[in-house]
Write a new protein. Structure first.
Length: 197
């Protein structure tokens, strides 16, 4: 890879597809959560790789999705003490507590836990990575189909960006926009190596 790979032309980038590791974590037997996690990861892949975003410097990207399930006994013993008997993240503190005890965390991978979030107006909670630990509500994509791109954007090192309502990282609209800026694309490139496939 050259030192400034984002400067490559579109066809060069297509021939040099990049990959990031995403680890979808959910309660065992919860097929809807598994689907929500898969959709979020694929939304990120497709958004970064859109014609417009690749033209603005983003890589062609694929996500390598791993799955880790937490069985009912472990959920009761480990997860409930962190997030409470409502089985939902109701505060940022509970999200931090979940991160601390999560038995499914995978090193050098974006850890995406699908769990109910009971914070008004909040569909997902993600650390500005790397490392990027993310939680997304299983129903969030019904409200914002771009929630995966937005939350995994945080995991890739992106902050909020309200310069344009079309931006993926905006907080000003739901659903989020479709565009990454060239500067955001560079940050994505620079952090790819933290989540190798
Ligand atoms: Zn955000």
């Amino acid at each position: 890879m050259t030192s400034e790979p984002w400067k490559k032309c579109v066809s060069q980038k297509r021939d040099d597809r990049q990959c990031v590791c995403v680890n979808v974590i959910h309660r065992a037997g919860d097929a809807a959560a598994r689907t929500a996690g898969t959709n979020a990861a694929q939304n990120f892949q497709n958004m970064v790789s859109s014609a417009g975003n690749v033209a603005r410097c983003c890589p062609f990207l694929r996500v390598d999705i791993h799955y880790c399930t937490i069985n009912a006994a472990t959920w009761m013993r480990v997860i409930v003490p962190a997030i409470g008997a409502d089985n939902a993240i109701s505060s940022e503190g509970e999200a931090v507590a979940l991160d601390r005890v999560n038995p499914c965390t995978r090193a050098n991978c974006i850890n995406l836990t699908i769990v109910t979030i009971n914070i008004p107006g909040t569909l997902g909670l993600t650390d500005i990575g790397p490392p990027g630990n993310s939680a997304i509500d299983p129903t969030a994509s019904a409200t914002d189909p771009n929630v995966g791109a937005h939350e995994l954007g945080h995991a890739m090192g992106l902050n909020h960006n309200d310069s344009s309502r079309d931006n993926v990282m905006t907080t000003s609209t739901i659903p989020s926009g479709n565009n990454f800026t060239p500067a955001e694309c560079r940050i994505i490139w620079q952090n790819l190596g933290n989540y190798p496939c």
